[in-house]
Design a protein around this ligand. Structure first.
Ligand code: C2E
Ligand code: MG
Ligand code: MG
Ligand code: MG
Length: 278
């Protein structure tokens, strides 16, 4: 009967949910150990000055090689780390590792190239966050003016954890702030001028259909114009084609990042790449 079917369906769903929860618990447990077992790594993706074609920045992107599952995407485990509070330990490891790598590369001749790291809102909940960053800079020898912190609009404008003050304080020590995935959240235009930021990153979703969608061209053009008038630098992310590069160049976008130039690479591979040795 239909009643039985309904019941079966319900049982099936709840079993599936239990299974999912169990998987989550297992993954969380292994994530706890991932840090100690050295399963986390940073890959770095070049950011290019659109006029000169020169390397101007590197974005650190975390990778986890799970002993059984292989590579787990940050899109999967970062939310998990955020839910469990593990993001604080992981986030600190990310900042320290990226700063150590940046300082090393700067000494080896990669002068003036920024190092960008992604942050989660949870990291701002600790009142000592900015002090921790300062001490990492000291420990690693990384120059503050070459460190960039990437946050989303909703983080940058979050009212609950003093985020704006923390970001302003960090900017006073010459650390830069970039607004990631710009344009994808529902923050009102009236608040854009309040962003405590140096740079805006145009989200990949707008860049993706530049060649085919006139409306996306209009949006990208408007973001670049708005950013310029508000004194923000602009970088486009997810750039994959020559056509996209040409359009962004014609609109005076400052920088680009994407597979067109280079995928995120482990340090030893990046060091061998053409862009790195240009
Ligand atoms: P995001 O910061 O917006 O990073 C950009 C994502 O786009 C990266 O995915 C990158 O590999 C990918 N990408 C770059 N160029 C292209 C392109 O031309 N085409 C396409 N299709 N994709 C491109 P990834 O590495 O999987 O990272 C996903 C997200 O995970 C990041 O988005 C960021 O929000 C988060 N994430 C990564 N590393 C960290 C970290 O260390 N800490 C925190 N809190 N979040 C991180
Ligand atoms: Mg980012
Ligand atoms: Mg992004
Ligand atoms: Mg993103």
């Amino acid at each position: 009967s239909s009643k039985d079917n309904g019941k079966n369906r319900f049982t099936f769903c709840s079993l599936e949910m239990k299974h999912e929860t169990l998987e989550k618990v297992k993954l969380t447990n292994s994530l706890y150990r991932a840090l100690e077992r050295d399963e986390l790594a940073l890959h770095y993706q070049p950011q290019i000055d659109i006029r000169s074609g020169k390397l101007v920045g590197l974005e650190a992107l975390i990778r986890w090689t799970h002993p059984e599952h292989g590579i787990v995407s940050p899109g999967v485990f970062i939310p998990l780390a955020e839910q469990t509070g593990l993001i604080n330990a992981i986030g600190e490891w990310v900042i320290a590792t990226a700063c150590r790598q940046g300082a090393y590369w700067h000494k080896r001749g990669l002068e003036g190239v920024r190092m960008a790291v992604n942050l989660s809102v949870e990291q701002f909940k600790s009142s000592s966050f900015s002090d921790r960053i300062e001490s990492i800079l000291l420990d690693t020898g990384m120059s503050p003016e070459l460190l960039e912190l990437e946050v989303t609009e909703s983080i940058a404008l979050d009212d609950s954890y003093d985020v704006v003050n923390t970001l302003e304080k960090l900017r006073e020590s010459n650390i830069m702030v970039a607004i990631d995935d710009f344009g994808t959240e529902y923050s009102s235009l009236s608040r854009i001028k309040l962003l405590p930021a140096d740079r805006i990153k145009i989200d990949r979703q707008f860049v993706e259909s530049l060649a085919v969608d006139k409306r996306d061209r209009a949006v990208v053009r408007a973001i670049i114009e708005l950013a310029r008038n508000l004194d923000f630098k602009v970088i486009a992310e997810g750039v994959e084609t020559e056509e996209q590069v040409e359009f962004l160049k014609s609109q005076n976008c400052d920088e680009i990042q994407g597979y067109y130039y280079c995928r995120p690479l482990p340090p030893e591979e990046l060091e061998k790449s053409e862009i790195f040795n240009h």
